[in-house]
Design a binder for this molecule. Structure first.
Ligand SMILES: Nc1ncnc2c1ncn2[C@@H]1O[C@H](COP(=O)(O)OP(=O)(O)O)[C@@H](O)[C@H]1O
Ligand SMILES: [Mg+2]
Length: 482
């Protein structure tokens, strides 16, 4: 019944109401038809019996005297003027026809036997008959259906009067009945269809309006409202919908406010972060320079003094002490240089990103005793200095993580152009970790820092890792900043 469920509401309500009306009127007309027919049949039989009785009263003597001509006159007179009487026959007690009104032969199918139930003359049958005042037989002849009413004369001892009636009039009345009924049914059905359609409209129209308004809300138009309806259920629905739309409007305004505030806050954070990073870089640069220029120079002078001291008059124990002092100073100087380079690699400014990275990766491999491969696609990619610096810092953080957490034997660093972007990939074969469950907060500041740097420059950052599967950090940044 899928078609029924998908058919329009108008169609369905019309089918239900009109077919109910139709069913009711068919049932009613059936009952009325049967009732009317019974009534009319009784009327017809009564009329037949009356005519039969009056003929019996008039002709009883003539039957006994076998005055056939008189009987014929009586029958013909009784029939005259009555269209529904097809024939009258007068028979004697044995059933022999004494007179009849058939001018031109008997109709085929005429019953010859008298119907049971009538009083019978013992002389005719040898056995007693019934007590009925008259009996009715229905039969079909070549002229159509007939009803024959048989009235006994002197309780059947003298004879019988047979009155044949046609059912034509009765049928005509019944047909007229049915016609009237059909006409009324048609009118009522039409009225019902009009009422059903109006009713359906009263139900469907507000639902249509509601659906349209819901569609508007789906498209974000929260200002839409439904005109109030005076029907109880529909009215409640409309006002509930309007309340909902009003709430949505209010919430939307609130969200808009919150979003604006959030955007402002985010923009401030971005500016702050940029500032922090640039201040950090400046600070690193300054400290690096100071370490190199000031502290480095002082230590270099100290070394020169120690050299001078050693060249002078010193005891052997003093020489040994100075020697130890000298190697200590050399060690501190080396540490200072390393720190200065870590803070601000001169190679990045002087030579460019690829040599600076190569140097850093080599130094890392040497220090940590693992295999590190640097595979740049291009020796001198054209990059914005901020992008180069970010890539360098991300490489530093990634390799520091490899050293601190990965327990890796090998690490591979790739640098390749991808359309307008440059992509840095650092992958190790270490123990890996569940990157999907990266804890927020203090524990993951390194990773979030890389993420932030990438986002600040309009790039993307991905970290793929699973326990036992190594770790890959991939960052793609636009080569030029707009
Ligand atoms: N290459 C790596 N191999 C294995 N685990 C790593 C690697 N890089 C990061 N991790 C894991 O991610 C965590 C967060 O890293 P990070 O944000 O850099 O913080 P931190 O290095 O200060 O611990 C680390 O504690 C470590 O568990
Ligand atoms: Mg880290």
């Amino acid at each position: 019944m899928k078609w029924w469920r998908t058919a329009s509401f108008y169609f369905r309500i019309n089918v239900v109401i009109v077919s109910s009306v139709l069913l009711l009127s068919v049932a009613l007309s059936g009952v009325v038809f049967v009732h009317n027919r019974t009534l009319l049949e009784k009327e017809l039989d009564k009329r037949g019996a009356e005519i039969g009785n009056s003929i019996a009263a008039m002709g009883s003597e003539s039957i006994i005297l076998d005055e056939r001509f008189v009987l014929h006159e009586i029958a013909a007179k009784a029939r005259r003027g009555s269209d529904d009487i097809r024939y009258i026959m007068i028979v004697d007690y044995a059933g022999e026809i004494l007179a009849h009104t058939f001018g031109d032969g008997f109709p085929a199918g005429l019953p010859l036997e008298l119907p049971p139930g009538l009083p019978r003359s013992n002389a005719a049958t040898g056995e007693p008959g019934g007590e009925a005042a008259y009996a009715v037989t229905r039969y079909r002849s070549n002229e159509g259906p007939f009803r024959e009413v048989v009235v006994p004369v002197e309780r059947g001892a003298v004879g019988y009067v047979r009155v044949g009636l046609t059912e034509q009039d009765m049928r005509h009345i019944l047909e007229q009945n049915i016609k009237n009924f059909s006409l009324i049914t048609l009118v009522v059905c039409l009225l019902a269809a009009v009422v059903a359609t109006r009713l359906a409209y009263r139900i469907v129209h507000p639902i249509d309006q509601l659906a349209q308004a819901a569609g508007q809300i789906r498209q974000g138009n929260y200002g839409v409202r439904i005109p109030p309806d005076d029907q109880a259920e529909v009215g409640r629905l409309a006002s509930a919908f309007n309340d909902m739309a009003a709430t949505l409007t209010r919430k939307d305004d609130e969200n808009e406010h919150l979003l604006t505030a959030l955007r402002d806050k985010d923009a401030r954070h971005v500016r702050l972060l940029q500032k922090v990073l640039s201040v950090q870089e400046d600070e690193r640069k300054r400290i690096s320079r100071e370490l190199h220029d000031e502290a480095g120079q002082s230590l270099a002078s100290l070394l020169a003094y120690l050299q001078l001291l050693m060249a002078g008059e010193v005891t052997s124990s003093q020489r040994e002490a100075i020697g130890q002092l000298k190697s200590l100073v050399v060690e501190i100087l080396g540490g200072l240089r390393k720190m200065a380079v870590e803070l601000r690699p001169p190679a990045l400014d002087d030579l460019g990103l690829v040599p600076a990275m190569a140097k850093y990766v080599d130094g890392f491999a040497l220090q940590r005793d693992l295999t590190a491969i640097f595979a740049p696609e291009d020796d001198n990619p054209e990059l914005d200095p901020a992008v180069a610096l970010a890539l360098y810092r991300i490489l530093q953080e990634s390799l520091t993580n490899v050293a601190r957490h990965a327990e890796a034997k090998a690490v591979r660093v790739e640098l390749a152009a991808e359309g307008g972007d440059i992509a840095l990939t650092v992958s190790d074969d270490g123990r890996g970790f569940d990157a999907a469950a990266l804890p927020a907060g203090e524990e993951s500041l390194g990773i979030y820092g890389m993420m932030e740097r990438a986002e600040l420059l309009g790039g993307t950052f991905q970290m793929t890792s699973r326990p036992g599967q190594g770790t890959t950090v991939r960052v793609a940044l636009p080569r030029r900043l707009g």
